[in-house]
Design a protein around this ligand. Sequence first.
Ligand code: PGA
Length: 253
Amino acid sequence: MTRPIRPPVLAANWKMHHGPTAARAFLAEFLARFAPRDDRTVVLFPPAVSLHPLAESRADRADVRLGVQNVHTDAKGAFTGEVSAPMAREAGADFALVGHSERRHVFGELDEHTARKCRAAVDAGLVPMLCVGERIEERNAGETDAIVIRQLRAGLASLTPAERATVLVAYEPVWAIGTGRTATPEDASATHRVIRAELASLVGEGGAAVPILYGGSVNTGNAAALIAADEVGGLLVGGASLDVESWLGIVGT
Ligand code: PGA
């Protein structure tokens, strides 16, 4: 990858929204209204079928980066319905979400899968964005730190310390995703500090520079306070990234 990743990283997770036509229309309007900035990194995670259309219509606006929402653990094979990391790379992705809570809790993805997917992403030249986060019952039981540490260790297990220094981490408390209930900046910082400390032991010195994004009901009203919070190196935004106006408000924060 040629272009450096400059925090804050503002990432849009479109989930299963915006097919090729809607994605192109979004990008055209977004590019017309958002001038390139070298003080932040903007990433769009469209559905896989919209990756290539966006890569093509992006033209010279390589400042707007693309990522794939999920990859298979293998590079190719008899895996009906799946998309591999090399294919996503070829289609224009620079990043791959790994272990998003919907993958873990709706599709039954396990820690061992996240490890193999991080490996597959790095092998294909994609930057993994490893998502970690606790469920409400885990939070209430005081297990938040233990859960994110377990997910972090497991997800990065297949990478060397040098490779781990190149990843991105997103802390997304499951209870805050799509619920309108956001972690306070203080809550986010507290868990981000736990992640930062664990990165120091998993990565070594390079761990200090790994951006840790916050995600979960981020919107134009709370983005500024979250981005200003200690150890928050970016935002991973679902619902509020689907509308150009709202996304412009967040990336301009
Ligand atoms: P949300 O989703 O912003 O709609 O809560 C965030 C995510 O799932 O990445």
